[in-house]
Design a protein around this ligand. Structure first.
Ligand code: ASP
Ligand code: MG
Length: 404
């Protein structure tokens, strides 16, 4: 069986008109003789509304009831899609996660799919049916409804592609694909034809919020080709695939940026084992996400400086935690708001020397000062003044010839 998994996001099923459009897209695959598994998210805005209701009922709303409540949006969208397909003369029906079932592990609100029973769906596909399946939800081993985290219908789609050995998983959304950088910031941003899982993971966690990062990791582990495309316009999208499938000799694939960061520097910290751990332990306990971390080498072997970045909204909490931390000694602490991280990403940099130099020189040519630098195998990030973000994106996009 040639199986394709089609996933429709909230905006793609946001109105009745759009749902009719979705049914037309499904019809096109049907004509090409694919066996189709459809995964749908809730109509846009619905999940947020349901979460609001739970908060109004109780500020300590039960996790199990939360899952029953917020996963209901998917049920609505699936029945509407199925209803439209039936109207058009196709054999289709909605499937809720417990009817299949889709099993999850982990705690309520934040479970993970670990098994999908295939029998019923396989026979339904054989009979020529089109199953329209609720994304985002599952059931746990106690037969309670569970959900798999915000944006989780992407992960549902990837898991269906895995269990049913689908030829491809197509993520339909409101953008045409993955761009070299945020098109809202830089008009010259171009759609990327093919991107590796590793690059996509870097892009996703850095702000290109097209797909949920966990789902990309699942796709990578299971070697599933994922195509991201628009449900509004008929154009090819971006293929997320393994590196060896990509025939592209660009050094840099994309540039991402953050917008709301703050920098914290501890000056004159004692240079001895355990200090960094003492600094970061209370931060992690308070769920403060620390991003870039750099420590200077100690010129005298006694003291060093340590800098890290956080989200600006965590700044006041962080200030308090550091001031209250009796386990660390330092001479002074500096806080700076209004910084942003700009990263260039590309597997091509592994085999190409001089990328770092080109990045720094390009920034220098626009008199952009670099505050902090960090690198990984396929990424170089710099921290700069937020007001220079657009300038940096523009010059780097040009330097690495991404508009071509
Ligand atoms: N409807 C869920 C949410 O809004 C799942 C999803 O959209 O993927 O988070
Ligand atoms: Mg989504």
């Amino acid at each position: 069986m040639r199986i394709v998994v089609l996933k429709f996001g909230g905006t793609s099923v946001g109105t009745i008109k759009k749902i009719k459009k979705v049914a037309n897209i499904i019809e096109e695959y049907k004509k090409k003789n694919f066996k189709i598994i459809v995964i749908s998210s809730a109509m846009s805005g619905v999940t947020n509304e349901l979460i609001k209701k739970s908060r109004h009922i109780s500020n300590n709303f039960s996790g199990a009831e939360y899952d029953v409540l917020v996963s209901s949006g998917e049920q609505v969208a699936c029945s509407l899609i199925a209803g439209r397909l039936i109207h058009k003369g196709f054999k289709a029906r909605s499937w809720l996660s417990w009817q299949i079932p889709i099993f999850t592990e982990g705690s309520h609100k934040n479970s993970r799919i670990n098994e999908i029973y295939k029998n019923k769906i396989t026979s339904y596909l054989r009979e020529g049916g089109i199953p329209i399946i609720t994304g985002f939800q599952g059931i746990n081993r106690n037969e309670r409804v569970s959900t798999i985290g915000r944006g989780g219908s992407d992960a549902s789609a990837i898991m269906f592609a895995k269990f049913f050995k689908a030829e491809r998983c197509v993520i339909y959304t409101d953008v045409e694909g993955i761009y070299t950088t945020d098109p809202n910031q830089l008009r010259k941003a171009k759609k990327i034809k093919e991107i590796s899982y590793e690059e996509m993971l870097e892009m996703a966690s850095l702000g290109a919020k097209v797909m949920q990062p966990v789902s990309i990791q699942d796709a990578r582990l299971n070697r599933i080709d994922v195509e991201v495309k628009s449900s509004y316009v008929k154009k090819s999208g971006t293929l997320i695939t393994k590196r060896s499938n990509i025939i592209n000799n660009k050094i840099i694939t994309g540039i991402s940026s953050t917008h709301n960061d703050a920098k914290v520097t501890l000056v004159g910290v004692k240079d001895k084992p355990g200090v960094a751990a003492s600094i970061f332990k209370p931060l992690s306990k308070n769920l403060i996400n620390v991003d870039m971390v750099v420590q200077n080498i100690s010129p005298n072997g006694k003291e060093t400086d340590l800098t890290f970045t956080i989200k600006t909204e965590d700044l006041s909490k962080t200030k308090k935690i550091i001031k209250d931390n009796k386990k660390i000694n330092f001479r002074k602490v500096l806080f700076e708001r209004g910084v942003s991280k700009v990263s260039i990403i590309g597997v091509g940099m592994i085999s190409t020397p001089g990328v770092t130099f080109r990045m720094f020189q390009a920034l220098a040519s626009k008199k952009i000062n670099i505050k902090v630098i960090s690198t990984s195998e396929i990424k170089i990030s710099v921290l700069i003044d937020k007001k220079n973000t657009k300038k940096a994106l523009t010059i780097l996009h040009k330097e690495f010839k991404l508009e071509k």
